[in-house]
Design a protein around this ligand. Structure first.
Ligand SMILES: Cc1cc2nc3c(=O)[nH]c(=O)nc-3n(C[C@H](O)[C@H](O)[C@H](O)COP(=O)(O)OP(=O)(O)OC[C@H]3O[C@@H](n4cnc5c(N)ncnc54)[C@H](O)[C@@H]3O)c2cc1C
Length: 120
């Protein structure tokens, strides 16, 4: 999977601008695609075939301080597009407050990581 445009040679398309199959258009997916695309371009430049990456995406929804929900998925490249490799994982609606609090912490941590990954 190289994220190469089907229209323009040597142009690679990631994130919301791409047609990635069932992988959601999310910051999480865009970040994972960016890393996988960079690896693919390095391989192509070395004359090697790109890998078929597995990408993980997660979306958090913090609805109150210390109280968040999440949904995550793992996507595998197949025939030039991404499809679910595993069933989506959604935090249960009736989860205890401890899980909601942990997910709120995870959301902050995810935000810091994705921001540093993107902007340094
Ligand atoms: C309200 C809302 C809530 C969201 N919540 C979440 C969430 O909780 N979790 C999550 O993971 N994702 C969330 N998303 C989705 C996430 O924001 C996008 O999937 C992600 O930003 C896509 O990244 P990208 O780099 O592909 O595109 P973008 O972030 O859209 O970046 C594209 C950039 O290109 C620039 N641009 C456009 N045209 C040109 C041009 N001609 N020349 C130069 N620059 C140009 C734009 O100004 C923009 O800065 C949300 C989106 C919205 C709208």
């Amino acid at each position: 999977m190289s994220f190469a445009s089907k229209l323009v040679p040597d142009i690679h398309v990631i994130g919301d601008a791409g047609f990635g199959g069932t992988i959601p258009k999310s910051a999480s997916a865009a970040s994972a695609q960016g890393k996988a695309c960079a690896e693919a371009v390095v391989k192509l430049m070395a004359g090697q075939p790109p890998d078929a990456p597995k990408l993980t995406g997660v979306c958090y929804n913090t609805v109150a301080p210390g109280y968040a929900f999440s949904q995550s998925g793992v996507y595998q490249a197949r025939e030039g597009q991404f499809a679910e490799a595993e069933a989506l994982a959604t935090s249960p609606v009736d989860a205890p407050r401890e899980l909601r609090a942990r997910e709120a912490i995870d959301a902050q941590s995810w935000f810091k990581t994705v921001t540093v990954d993107a902007f340094g």
